[in-house]
Design a protein around this ligand. Structure first.
Ligand SMILES: Cc1cc2nc3c(=O)[nH]c(=O)nc-3n(C[C@H](O)[C@H](O)[C@H](O)COP(=O)(O)O)c2cc1C
Length: 296
């Protein structure tokens, strides 16, 4: 058994990628029941009753291991981690922020921590800070990105593997058994999957969001500024968004997008987050089927 699987305690080395503030205990349980590692997305949460409710809901639905993601910019992390440890969570992922202060807390609670990195210097710093493993996320991934030039999964995973001895989880571009096997060949012990699970039957994403992923073609995503221009975010670009992005008069396309298209109906301006791998996703499948095909 790999070091990563020992850490996660599940059957397959596949981690559910956290998606912003999306939390569906049903989806987390479905991932864990299918043999992978279901994850709550606790990056932005500061209501501890809600954390307790989410954890209890997942535990009602599955007795298999599951974890959670915390974001290191969240001041509520110490409290969140305590609740998770008391619930028996064995491993968490940490992202967006410096890992320096949180790893002593994670280890003090008897848990393992897997830090999410987008570049080699982050990977080296995370190992120095005590990370037990790394999620190495290539530039094709969905979610937040830095505004620096970045390497794709194909380059970044073996590069980090050449420099660290902790287990690596590859993220960015994995949607099926080809991506899964490629990640293992690159030196990862497992994968983290975001976009493919976002477009699953159990995903709480809206039907329009799932449809946008299924209809996204080659080159159908792009990076836009996020969190006040400090970082970038990968979204699916509609013809309207593409046109506006090429207009030099538009200073920040993020200001023109509709963050609530289900209320306004302006889906041509919707900021549907997703990875480049959307181009490979052609249907909305149950989680169990996605995982079964991935490990086949
Ligand atoms: C819309 C969206 C939101 C995301 N939000 C988070 C997040 O809150 N925390 C995090 O660590 N990763 C986040 N991610 C990244 C995923 O967890 C995962 O690492 C990534 O999607 C993997 O690449 P893929 O999209 O090619 O599968 C997000 C991804 C997407 C598509």
């Amino acid at each position: 058994m790999s070091e990563l699987l020992k850490m996660l305690g599940c059957r397959y080395p596949i981690i559910q990628g956290p998606i912003g503030m999306f939390n569906s205990p049903q989806m987390v349980a479905a991932v864990s029941e299918a043999g992978a590692y279901g994850m709550l997305a606790l990056g932005f949460i500061n209501d501890m009753d809600e954390v307790k409710r989410l954890v209890a809901e997942v535990k009602k639905l599955t007795d298999k291991p599951f974890g959670a993601n915390i974001m290191l910019i969240n001041p509520a992390n110490a409290e969140i981690l305590k609740i998770l440890a008391e619930a028996g969570v064995k491993a968490v992922t940490t992202s967006v922020g410096s890992p320096k202060d949180v790893y002593p807390i994670i280890h003090g609670l008897g848990m393992k921590g897997i830090h999410v990195v987008l570049a080699l210097p982050h990977a080296l710093a995370a190992v120095k800070a005590g990370a037990d493993a790394l999620v190495v996320v290539g530039s094709e991934a969905g979610g937040l990105r830095s505004r620096n030039p970045e390497s794709s999964t194909m380059v970044l995973v073996p590069l980090v593997a050449d420099h660290v001895s902790v287990p690596i989880v590859a993220a960015g571009g994995v949607a099926d058994s080809r991506g899964y096997r490629a990640a293992l060949a690159l030196g990862a012990q497992g994968v983290q999957v975001g976009t493919r699970f976002l477009a699953s039957q159990e995903s709480p994403a809206s039907e329009h969001w799932k449809k946008a992923i299924v209809e996204c073609g080659d080159g159908g995503t792009d990076l836009i500024p996020a969190l006040g221009m400090k970082v970038a975010q990968r979204i699916i670009v509609t013809p309207w968004i593409k046109e506006r992005m090429s207009d030099p008069a538009v200073k920040n396309i993020a200001d023109e997008l509709d963050i609530n298209p289900d209320q306004t109906g302006r889906y041509d301006r919707a900021a549907f987050g997703a990875g480049q791998v959307s181009a490979l996703i052609k249907d909305i499948k149950p989680i169990k089927e996605i995982i079964r095909e991935m490990v086949s």
